[in-house]
Write a protein that binds this ligand. Structure first.
Ligand code: CTP
Length: 404
């Protein structure tokens, strides 16, 4: 996007409105022109004078302000914008946009613009999880509006969970880097699992593996770049959440299983990139296990296979698995593809410094009927883009087949 991007920044009435000042400053620092539009609720949280001074433009807040309308009418303002960012976007604002209301300045502008619209939801976690809000978000994303976040963490109301507005820097990067987006997965929702799981042995010890989550996170970013709505279910990893991704944190295989099935409704694609434990300790005592002079035996039981369970659903998304193998990579990968009845499997060689916690990878992708494509060693971000393009293509031909 050119440096003189014109950003129409909608600010609605949530506590995160205090971050708008930093947003305006950051956008101006990146060379953008910023026109702030506040709702009446936003003005309960923040004075217009600060945003006016930082943006260098009069803050607009009223559809019926004759003087402001005479200077630039609302339709003209809607045309002026290269991009619309509503941050924070409250549950109320999201509901109003989903309904297509046009009874205040911001909602009217959102209806009247053909610029891309980004919403940065910010609300209490239960308001976010409420089916009404989720349905409104699904409506908006199906119309091509992009949700950035929310993030997960401590909330102003004292609770913890999804609902925090993303940080201004993340929002700015997301909207200004959007020029490199495609529409391959526009209107689609993609769920990705990533990272390792931890299976507790006792309150201080656990079983885990070497997965860093980098491949899953790269796929999440690639799916976002392709215009999808992305849900990322991830184990403990040391990676920042890509702006715009809905992240659900889990620790154990069982929690991953529950989170995936809880959030699977409405997903068109499921990509299982997590390195999930196949076994977990049968018992986890509530006290630390003390060592003795004897040999110790740890009794393990099977953990649920989430990928297989998703693939077995009657109404299932396009289901993609991963196979990390040290030997006979393709042979074992095809076995997994067939046994779990997947639509596609992505295989890679692991061990001896390969794949885990590295920034590049080398992949073979297999699908039923002997389909096969090899991706030579490359950065995980590049491979992720190629994988997403392949998935979008297969998804397209699958829906074309089922339509005939
Ligand atoms: N997977 C899963 N749930 C599990 C285990 C694995 O969803 N409990 C998914 C992984 O995310 C990956 C694929 O299944 O996409 C890996 O298949 P799997 O047969 O479990 O591979 P390995 O654990 O490597 O098993 P094996 O010992 O048979 O090679």
């Amino acid at each position: 996007m050119s440096p003189a991007t014109r950003v129409l920044l909608g600010v609605t009435g949530g506590i995160a409105a205090y971050k708008s000042a930093e947003l305006v400053r950051g956008l101006r620092a990146r060379g953008c022109e910023v026109q702030v539009v506040m709702t009446p609720g936003a003005k309960e949280f923040l004075g217009a004078a600060t945003l006016q001074a930082l943006s260098g433009r009069q803050v607009r807040d009223d559809l019926w302000d004759e003087a402001a309308e005479a200077a630039m009418g609302h339709i003209e303002l809607a045309r002026w914008a290269d991009v619309v960012l509503v941050a924070p976007a409250t549950a109320q604002c999201i509901a109003r946009l989903a309904l297509g209301l046009a009874d205040d300045l911001l909602s009217t502008l959102c209806l009247a613009t053909d610029a891309p619209i980004y919403l940065a939801p910010a609300m209490n976690r239960l308001m976010w999880a409420n089916p009404a809000t989720q349905a409104n978000c699904a409506t908006l994303t199906s119309r091509g509006i992009t949700l950035l976040g929310p993030g997960v963490g401590d909330q102003a109301c004292g609770e913890t969970g999804p609902g925090r507005m993303l940080e201004p820097a993340e929002l700015i990067a997301a909207i200004l880097d959007a020029g490199s987006r495609s529409t391959l997965l526009a209107g689609k929702t993609v769920m990705i699992t990533a990272g390792p799981t931890r299976e507790p042995i006792d309150p201080v010890r656990y079983l885990t593996n070497r997965s860093s989550g980098k491949m899953g996170f790269a796929i999440a970013q690639a799916a976002l770049r392709a215009g999808a709505r992305v849900r990322l279910v991830c184990g403990p990893v040391n990676l920042p959440t890509p702006a715009g991704v809905e992240r659900i944190d889990i620790e154990t295989a069982e929690q991953l299983h529950a989170a995936v099935h809880e959030h699977l409704a409405g997903c068109h694609v499921f990509i299982a990139a997590a390195a999930v434990a196949d076994y977990r300790p049968e018992h986890c005592p509530d006290r630390k296990i003390k060592k003795t002079d004897e040999k110790m035996t740890l009794c393990l039981q099977r953990a649920p296979d989430t990928l297989a369970s998703v693939a077995a659903l009657e109404q299932r998304p396009f289901t993609v698995g991963f196979a990390a193998e040290t030997h006979e990579v393709e042979h074992y990968a095809r076995q997994k593809l067939e046994k779990k009845r997947l639509d596609m499997i992505v295989a890679n060689r692991v061990g001896e410094g390969l794949a885990f916690d590295t920034d590049d990878n080398e992949l073979v992708v297999l699908w039923p009927d002997d389909g096969r494509e090899v991706f030579a060693r490359a950065a995980k971000a590049k491979l992720a883009d190629e994988l997403i393009a392949l998935i979008a293509g297969r998804l397209g031909s699958q829906s074309a087949e089922s339509a005939t």
